[in-house]
Design a binder for this molecule. Structure first.
Ligand code: ZN
Length: 288
């Protein structure tokens, strides 16, 4: 194991301390489970009602009502997407990748929920189909659809290279949300948040714990599908990294579009859907 800061001698019982087995923070049985069989049945009755294209190095937004489905599809070539999600009626309620990671692990797949930010903390969407669920974890510790990255952005690019690049996912999502909601650019930017990295293959190196990416296993025709638990605006950026096999934050990689499709089971069925309630915590925070 490589030590980042080897300034201190290990104590005599260092190996004993390291040998203590880990405890799962949130065992799966403690998290409410979706009824996937019912959702699969519902999906059979849904018909396609809308489609938007996230062009290469650009983003698009789509609205999906509670009780409908949204599918993110790979077309033309291997491509990863950075996905944001907002409650349509209040943009401050947005996807919380960190808490979703704590509850479901570093990479999401079928049956996992996408949780919203505090003080709401309710499922915004449930993943119902993942054609890459066969991938699992590879020998490097990599897997697909992570909630460990953030999104490529011009601020980190500026920090590391000194250059300004305007077509990172952060900027793409900012432009798309501004245009979709009629917001000023800088106001929209404040609503852009850490993403679900759709189709991206990532992990942490086992010796140094560094964030890595590798060529995505996605191929045209693959898709990830969600059930909208509440009324959503979904933003998707076709990452300038393409399949993220080498670099992002530049025009160097081959880049392809991604498609978002909405599927509606019908208004009556949607209206019968019981939307998850916001957290019942009273928010007094011990202040009385
Ligand atoms: Zn990106």
């Amino acid at each position: 194991m490589k030590l980042k800061h080897p300034n201190f001698e290990p104590p005599a019982d260092a190996n004993d301390r390291r040998a203590i087995p880990p405890v799962i923070c949130y065992p799966p049985e403690t998290v409410p489970q979706p009824d996937l069989a019912a959702l699969t049945d519902l999906r059979q009755r849904a018909v396609k009602t809308a489609e938007v294209i996230a062009a290469p190095r650009d983003a698009a937004c789509i609205e999906v009502p509670a009780g409908a489905f949204i599918r993110v599809v790979s077309v033309d070539g291997a491509q990863v997407g950075d996905l944001n999600m907002w409650y349509k009626h209040d943009l401050t309620e947005r996807f919380y990748s960190g808490k979703t990671r704590a509850l479901h692990g570093t990479h999401l797949s079928t049956g996992d929920r996408m949780w919203s930010s505090f003080p709401n903390m309710r499922p915004m969407a449930t993943i119902v189909t993942d054609t890459l669920d066969w991938y699992g974890f590879d020998s490097y510790g990599g897997s697909v659809h992570d909630v460990i990255g953030t999104r490529c952005d011009p601020y980190t690019g500026r920090l590391l290279s000194g250059d300004d690049y305007h077509y990172c996912c952060h900027s793409n999502l900012t432009r798309a949300l501004a245009s979709h909601c009629g917001l000023p650019l800088h106001e929209a930017e404040m609503h852009v948040h850490d993403v679900l990295n759709v189709f991206m293959c990532t992990g942490f190196t086992q010796d140094t714990g560094q964030y890595f990416m590798k060529a995505s296993p996605v191929r045209p025709g693959d898709y990830l599908e969600f059930y909208a638990e509440i009324d959503l605006i979904v933003g998707l950026s076709a990452c300038p990294g393409g399949d993220c096999s080498s670099e992002h934050s530049s025009d160097a990689a081959a880049c392809y579009p991604l498609v978002m499709e909405a599927y509606d089971p019908g208004e009556d069925i949607r209206n019968a859907h019981i939307q998850p309630k916001r957290s019942a915590y009273d928010r007094t925070h011990g202040a009385g």
